[in-house]
Design a protein around this ligand. Structure first.
Ligand SMILES: CN1c2c(nc(N)[nH]c2=O)NC[C@@H]1CNc1ccc(C(=O)N[C@@H](CCC(=O)N[C@@H](CCC(=O)N[C@@H](CCC(=O)O)C(=O)O)C(=O)O)C(=O)O)cc1
Ligand SMILES: N[C@@H](CCS)C(=O)O
Ligand SMILES: [Zn+2]
Length: 757
């Protein structure tokens, strides 16, 4: 019988218990001891959920207070000087200072960079390493958690971010050096960890090396080989885990690695199982990632059975079954959902259910009796032909799209001249990215409205008051282009999901995005259309409260697609075009209502890129086209902005230009405007607003600091094309620091207008 294991479980808890505990600790409402007790309870619940679902070998080390890459940095002692306290003690507050720039103890200082975890909406804290970096086993929480699970009686498999992936994801600071040169110093720490785990009775350790799903240069492949040569023989068996993409091209190298087992993401692996089985010798465990760990669709177990039955019979004990990747990207438990339509619910499976799917499959494989899996999979097949999935009108509209639908009337130079006349903005115009603080009062009002305690008229009145307040604040700090503040939006994607046809949304389908911040991705199950305007009323209300320009605020088609759980029965470009057409109608309605500046956010544009560079061009072409379809229904005078954050832009700058937004606002402050180098080198043609302060920390940026950044930016981009704005939306901030930060930002812009004119 195959062993069922799991690569990782969502750490946030069924009702985001982790978020609530950590935020209470930050606020001083929970002691450190109480926090640790809460963490222990979440882990115990997670292990119980998995064990009860039928998972035999449970992951440990998948839990993290903030981020598992950050936890690895602490474990190996890669701690930037500025995040240490006076006594150089390393504890959970060190971790929080690295992740968010402050903690209940120690000084406030700049947080480490944060960026996207491969092509997911999860963000990790980028390790900061310097030439000559030393490593030492520093933070040993993992061992305590292993002991904790063992004490409950679980069979565990600790999970580690592999050393080569860790170095790949790290950022070199200071003098230039080869990150891989640090491997020799890093591996002894991993050896120590493995030896300790062996002494605790651990049999298997999972080493995650997801970089194998990328296209790697020879140096990284050599490093992987060297790494496992050093790590073997520490008294534990090693399972190499790869996921998020096919690793077929590296099968010859993988087979040579000194590991005892290999996990492959079969959802992403087009290669035939025969090839894989032949490559991975029978002396090794072959772990088959058969259930999609990144979506919420019920698995077609009958199809999986057909695919793997012969192999399982052949390799017997040496086969393990698992989700394709860690379930970090999946909500916890479908059973909590009380409001989903029953038919739709029968199409879904969350983390807990995915464990049960594996158990069901395993029984069928063992007994040969497929009745239960066939019955389980029936709704999956029914979904494909369900009437609620298809909308002929939408399909015809997408089919009729032409190149011209993805083009503005005139070129950028013509448009920007018309916009300068129409908008009359000063040099270095100041603006924000869209959202203002989502206070507890706003969230509570929405909760009450959704629960039926607050009538729509009262909810609307309260949101309008919030919009009015945001406008007063923006006028008080003298920003040039105002926003309505997004008070009425629970989230920039979920909000649109709730209003568009073809989407469903959940009550508790939370997924961690970064730190304590979670999102509830809506579910795209059918053809998408807009039945009525979605933002026009709020935006025109905002415009009625000020003489300054209000920038309309929409989320773009690529971002809505990638930050939703999207259907797997239709290709992504078609889904993106469906969303783009719905948004195009909204953009035109906003223009008609007198809104002259409209932002279409695309922070997931980079994230949607395939992991393999050879597939980028095809993606970039359809993604940029979908964006342009959403943006191109307006006159030259109407200014289209877009916004992207927490992404590398260097290698896709031409595609960003291809989106042809009049203005792009991007994150740059955490990396001191380095990101602008690409825009400079490519001679990016349109206007740019490089973020001048990091919105992820409550620390207030100083005028001189921002002036310095704008100066740096003005050396790279002509000042006439520069905008001044924060890195991203301000929804996670509180008003006092927001007010101070924006006041300083506007002051910096005003001083520079004089100096740079
Ligand atoms: C820009 N970012 C975003 C990403 N992805 C998105 N989908 N959205 C983004 O904005 N990816 C990259 C970055 C990540 N950044 C952030 C920033 C902030 C958050 C955040 O603040 N998340 C909130 C949750 C937001 C939300 O949906 N709030 C709801 C309140 C919901 C609630 O409390 N529900 C109750 C249950 C209600 C019921 O029906 O019974 C509960 O759970 O108890 C709202 O405002 O209505 C957070 O709290 O983490 C995320 C990503
Ligand atoms: N308009 C959104 C963009 C976030 S990426 C916001 O301001 O929150
Ligand atoms: Zn952003």
């Amino acid at each position: 019988m195959a062993t069922i294991h799991n690569l990782g479980f969502p750490r946030v808890g069924k009702r985001r218990e982790l978020k609530h505990a950590v935020e209470a600790y930050w606020a001083g409402d929970l002691s450190r001891t109480e926090l640790f007790v809460k963490g222990q309870a979440i882990r115990a619940q997670n292990w119980a959920l998995q064990a009860n679902a039928g998972i035999a070998l449970l992951p440990v080390g998948d839990f993290a207070w903030y981020d598992h890459v950050l936890a690895t940095s602490l474990m190996v002692g890669a701690i930037p000087k500025r995040h240490q306290d006076d006594n150089e003690t390393v504890d959970i507050d060190t971790l929080f200072r690295m992740g968010r720039g402050r903690a209940p103890t120690g000084c406030a200082c700049a947080a480490s960079d944060m960026t996207k975890w491969f092509n997911t909406n999860y963000h990790y804290i980028v390790p900061e390493l310097h030439a000559g970096q030393e490593f030492a086993l520093t933070y040993t929480e993992l061992f305590e958690q292993v002991a904790e699970a063992q004490a409950i009686g679980h069979q565990v498999k600790p999970v580690l971010v592999g050393p080569v992936t860790y170095l790949y994801l790290a950022k070199g600071v200071g003098e230039e050096f080869d990150k891989l040169s640090l491997l020799e110093k890093l591996l002894p720490v991993y050896q120590q960890v493995l030896t300790k785990l062996a002494s605790m009775g651990v049999d298997w350790v999972q080493i995650d090396e997801p970089i194998l799903a990328l296209e790697l240069n020879e140096a990284y492949l050599t490093a992987l080989s060297k790494s496992f040569n050093v790590l073997q023989g520490q008294g534990v068996k090693l399972l190499l885990a790869t996921y998020f993409g096919s690793v077929t091209q590296y099968l010859p190298q993988i087979t040579q690695l000194a590991v005892d087992g290999v996990h492959l993401d079969l959802v992403a692996e087009p290669q035939s199982l025969d090839t894989i089985s032949q490559a991975i010798g029978v002396d090794k465990v072959l772990s088959l990632g058969v259930v999609n760990g990144r979506n919420i669709w019920r698995a077609d177990l009958s199809a999986v059975y057909e695919k793997i039955n012969a192999l399982v019979t052949k390799r017997a004990e040496q086969i393990w079954l698992a989700p394709s990747c860690s379930l970090l990207h999946c909500p916890v438990d479908l059973a909590q959902e009380q409001k989903l339509d029953p038919e739709l619910k029968s199409w879904l499976a969350f983390a807990k259910q995915k464990g049960s799917e594996l158990a069901l499959l395993n029984t069928a494989l063992q007994t040969g009796d497929t009745q239960a899996i066939n019955q389980y999979s029936a709704p999956v097949k029914a979904r494909l032909t369900s009437a609620r999935v298809n909308n002929k009108e939408v399909q015809q509209r997408v089919a009729a799209l032409t190149t011209a639908d993805g083009q503005r009337h005139s070129s950028f130079n013509v448009r920007i001249a018309a916009q300068h006349v129409a908008l009359q903005l000063p040099l270095l115009p100041t603006t924000t990215i869209g959202s203002f603080p989502q206070t507890q009062v706003i969230r509570q009002a929405r909760r009450d409205y959704k629960a039926g305690y607050l009538a729509f008229a009262d909810y609307e009145a309260q949101m309008k008051a919030e919009i009015r307040y945001a406008i007063e604040e923006q006028e008080a700090v003298d920003l040039d282009v105002l926003v309505h503040g997004e008070a009425e939006r629970n989230d920039m994607v979920e909000y649109f999901g709730e209003l568009l046809e073809g989407f469903a949304f959940t009550q508790y389908g939370w997924v961690q995005s970064y730190g304590t911040r979670c999102v509830k991705p809506p579910v795209i199950y059918g053809d998408i259309s807009r039945s009525k305007p979605m933002t026009v009323q709020w935006t025109t209300y905002a415009q009625s409260q000020t003489n300054k320009h209000i920038k309309g605020m929409l989320t773009g088609p690529v971002t809505i697609l990638f930050w939703s759980f999207s259907r797997d029965d239709l290709d992504k470009p078609t889904i993106a075009n469906q969303i783009a057409l719905a948004l195009r109608d909204e953009v035109v309605d906003l223009e008609r209502a007198g809104i002259q500046i409209i932002q279409i956010d695309e922070p997931a544009f980079r994230e949607g890129m395939p992991l393999k560079a050879s597939q980028w061009q095809e993606y970039l072409a359809w993604a940029a086209y979908a964006f342009r379809v959403s943006a191109s229904g307006v006159k030259d005078e109407t200014q289209i902005h877009t916004h992207m954050c927490y992404s590398e832009f260097n290698d896709i700058i031409d595609s960003i230009a291809d989106m042809d937004a009049d203005v792009i606002t991007i994150e740059t402050s955490r990396s001191n405007m380095d990101l602008l180098n690409a825009f400079e080198e490519f001679a990016y043609p349109n206007d740019i607003g490089p973020g001048v302060y990091d919105i992820h920390t409550p620390n207030v940026p100083q005028v001189q600091w921002m002036k310095g950044l704008i100066h740096t930016a003005a050396k790279k981009i002509p000042v006439q094309r520069l905008w001044v704005n924060p890195d991203c939306g301000l929804k996670t901030r509180a008003w006092p620091e927001t007010r101070e930060a924006l006041k300083n930002m506007v002051q910096a812009a005003k001083e520079l207008r004089q100096e740079l004119r």
